[in-house]
Design a protein around this ligand. Structure first.
Ligand code: R5P
Length: 290
């Protein structure tokens, strides 16, 4: 197998290649003055199984185009099989029509990748697993929650309370609890589909004098975590920490979360950021080796 180092995830790609003892294919890339993207694979892929590692965090559109262009190039140059490794899969949250007139964006992206030559996709903690049923080729989401929870165990927070800020994502808190060995719970979140405003309902659970780790798949504006931290503070925990798979951290998100009383934010390198303290390299390498 050869690992194509997509410009958005070159460091992660290099680590995956090291783990698998696979050859890397560097990618030359640039943006033309008019904003169009250009890529060129600087290595041979003929007859090879190829994994293109490219996340699609903001600005997601040029990264998706780069991914499609890399796949097209790999296909034209005779790659045997093309797997897209897309740790953060953009547009996955629009996996159905919420308001009349909307597209199913996830499906549009899936079709675009198929047309470019992608034959298999590996992603990490996709927002809703059912989005993958829109993909016209095998697509799998692996979970980084256990490795995030292990980070907290190593830091001395075994038995911490794992909290999901949304009932729909309670499975994430449950998965974390299985590693942390404590309890878990959830809050009830409501988001206004027009304004984006997040409100949260208080739940009764006992976190007094306990360490709480809020687990979420994505931190975007930070609104969800800030709302959860505000509620938690009323319950007098010992400390509040945050773990997230995809730290998009748009605008002042990091600052707002810390100001809300969170002691530490821990993310993965799904999205390279100031809080990417946990690497997905081993998880993805294991998946590619199967
Ligand atoms: C939504 O359901 C996700 O699980 C995250 O909670 C959400 O995307 C976070 O967004 P924000 O940081 O803007 O509240």
């Amino acid at each position: 197998m050869k690992i194509v180092l997509g410009p958005a995830s070159s460091q992660l790609g290099r680590q995956i290649a090291l783990n698998l003892q696979a050859e890397t294919v560097p990618v030359a890339f640039k943006t033309f003055p008019d904003g169009e993207d250009y890529v060129r694979l600087e290595g041979q892929v003929e007859g090879e199984d190829v994994a293109i590692v490219q996340t699609t965090n903001p600005p997601q559109d040029p990264k998706l185009i780069q991914l499609a262009l890399m796949a097209d190039s790999a296909k034209r140059n005779g790659a045997k099989r093309i797997t897209a490794v897309v740790p953060y899969l953009a547009y996955a949250r629009q996996d159905r029509i919420f308001l009349q007139g909307e597209p199913i964006s996830a499906e549009t992206i899936a079709r675009m990748l198929k047309a470019a030559g992608v034959e298999q996709l590996i992603t990490v903690n996709v927002h809703q697993e059912n989005v993958l049923s829109h993909f016209p080729f095998p697509a799998k989401s692996v979970s980084a929650v256990p490795v995030l929870a292990e980070y907290f165990v190593k830091k001395g927070h075994a038995k911490a309370f794992a909290l999901s800020p949304d009932k729909g994502a309670v499975h994430i808190a449950e998965e974390a609890r299985n590693v942390l060995g404590g309890e878990c719970g959830y809050l009830e979140k409501k988001r206004d589909r027009y304004s984006g405003h997040v409100s949260m309902e208080m739940k009764t659970f006992d976190v007094k004098d306990k360490t709480v780790v809020i687990f979420d798949d994505i931190i975007s504006s930070g609104g969800t975590i800030v709302a959860a931290a505000m509620i938690l503070k009323e319950l007098s925990p010992k400390g509040i920490y945050v773990a997230c798979v995809h730290p998009l951290l748009i605008g002042d998100a990091e600052k707002l979360i810390l100001q809300a009383g969170v002691r530490e934010i821990v993310g993965t390198d799904s999205v390279p950021s100031s809080v990417s303290k946990v690497s997905l390299a081993s998880l993805i390498s294991r998946e590619l080796a199967q």
